[in-house]
Design a binder for this molecule. Structure first.
Ligand code: ZN
Ligand code: ZN
Length: 165
């Protein structure tokens, strides 16, 4: 019965997962760390190019209780396998889960495609400014909203067609 108690007390183990190699990480991902639902959810998000909310994931995977999905997402996010997109209250698989990082995203407002971007250089500057103000950063969200190259081309063509005088 005390089996499910491990989650909270394992907090100190987390940094280890961040620093191990990617290969080892994916082996752990498959075999040891993740339970069945977590594996299912992660696999689903890895195949997607768009972020998904908990209910969409629940329905797509046929999971009965929302709380099961919430728990899985919460743990996956804590371990760095997925990121939460604050603006959409949705989740996306991380592309570099072996590395400690604050995630940043470019989000297409037309087709909904989300791509993770490297924010390291930008963030170190921002963090320096925060540090100068004695501000302790706990979380950061960088989301660049706009249109991807596919969507960008379409309306432009339409616009130039209607613009003819
Ligand atoms: Zn990431
Ligand atoms: Zn697009």
């Amino acid at each position: 019965m005390p089996a499910s108690k491990s989650q909270g007390s394992k907090r100190n183990d987390l940094p280890k997962y961040w620093t191990i190699s990617r290969q080892k990480h994916s082996a752990m991902e498959q075999e040891t760390i993740l339970n069945k639902t977590e594996t299912q959810v992660l696999r689903y998000l890895k195949r997607a190019t768009k972020p998904f909310g908990a209910y969409e994931i629940k329905n797509a995977l046929g999971i009965r209780h929302p709380i099961t999905v919430y728990r899985a997402l919460e743990r996956l996010a804590r371990l760095g396998f997925v990121h939460r997109l604050e603006s959409q209250n949705a989740f996306i698989a991380c592309h570099v889960p072996n590395k400690t990082h604050y995630a940043g995203f470019i989000v297409c407002r037309d087709c909904g495609t989300v791509t993770e971007i490297d924010t390291e250089a930008a963030l170190s500057k921002l963090q320096m400014q925060a540090r100068d103000r004695n501000f302790e950063v706990e979380k950061s969200t960088i989301e660049l909203i706009g249109r991807c190259n596919k969507c960008h081309d379409r309306p432009m063509a339409r616009r130039s067609a209607t613009r003819r005088q």
